[in-house]
Write a protein that binds this ligand. Sequence first.
Ligand SMILES: Nc1ncnc2c1ncn2[C@@H]1O[C@H](COP(=O)(O)OP(=O)(O)O)[C@@H](O)[C@H]1O
Ligand SMILES: [Mg+2]
Length: 275
Amino acid sequence: MSVAKHQVGGRGSILELPSSRLAKPISYEEGNFYSTIQNNEKYLPLRPFLPHNYGFFDASASDLKRIRTKELKVVLEKLSNLELVEQSKDNVRYFVMENLTLGMRKPCLMDIKMGRRCHDFIDGYEKKIKKIKKCKASTSWPCGFRLIGLKKFNHKTGAYERRDPEWGVSLTKEQSEDPLRIFLNNGLKSRVDIAQFFLQKLKKLRSVLRLYTGLRFYTSSLLFIYDAFSNKANLRLIDFTHSHTDIPEGEEEDGYLFGVENLIKILKKIINEKK
Ligand SMILES: Nc1ncnc2c1ncn2[C@@H]1O[C@H](COP(=O)(O)OP(=O)(O)O)[C@@H](O)[C@H]1O
Ligand SMILES: [Mg+2]
């Protein structure tokens, strides 16, 4: 068991299990969101846009040290019950999901925080004010997305290149195309094939999200992944600590679709430039 190698965002460490699946320490709210999506047929169209859900387990830090990797693998393979288990005091709940970089030689990842609104209605007053300020001063408000982190493999230098959240939050509306452009440029050319893949996925995501009125994703991300050495790629929604499934229509808008629209526009531009 080790800490996942290819994280580009996030605070807690995601574990890589012997089965190659990932285990993310999650809050009760995030577990609840995943369970709702998993247990309700209405969310069938949305499920392919989330990392595959292999269930949950609860463990304390000392449990994790104690459990030998082989046993842990067996425990996880037996997981079939997707209901949430009551979390005991010192335990952390882990969500077991597919590793989206699996089978990639040099995975390139970009974590984009989606939406114009970055606060949850359950946030306290000070937190809310702080988050609103951050949104308005970055690309979140004008564009509906903000870069959290990226790493891409540069074929010219033979090394990874990275951008961090501080860089992402410093970008202006005029610079909002930079994350996608940098991410898709492999040092030799722009990966238009991958841009096409993301464009098709985002169009499909747009039509799926339009099916729902109650969904709100505050501070949630879109994770863009491709392999520098093949045409393998993935696009998924991740990070649901502040996501909700049952908000009345028209209330507490997140501006998620606005962000998706803008990403679609940028991808189209990148693709058309190469024609
Ligand atoms: N299913 C996954 N496969 C591969 N990498 C992932 C997966 N889920 C998350 N990650 C990586 O971990 C990072 C943090 O994940 P996230 O769910 O946003 O955690 P946090 O709640 O700590 O922000 C992402 O930016 C991404 O790099
Ligand atoms: Mg995150």
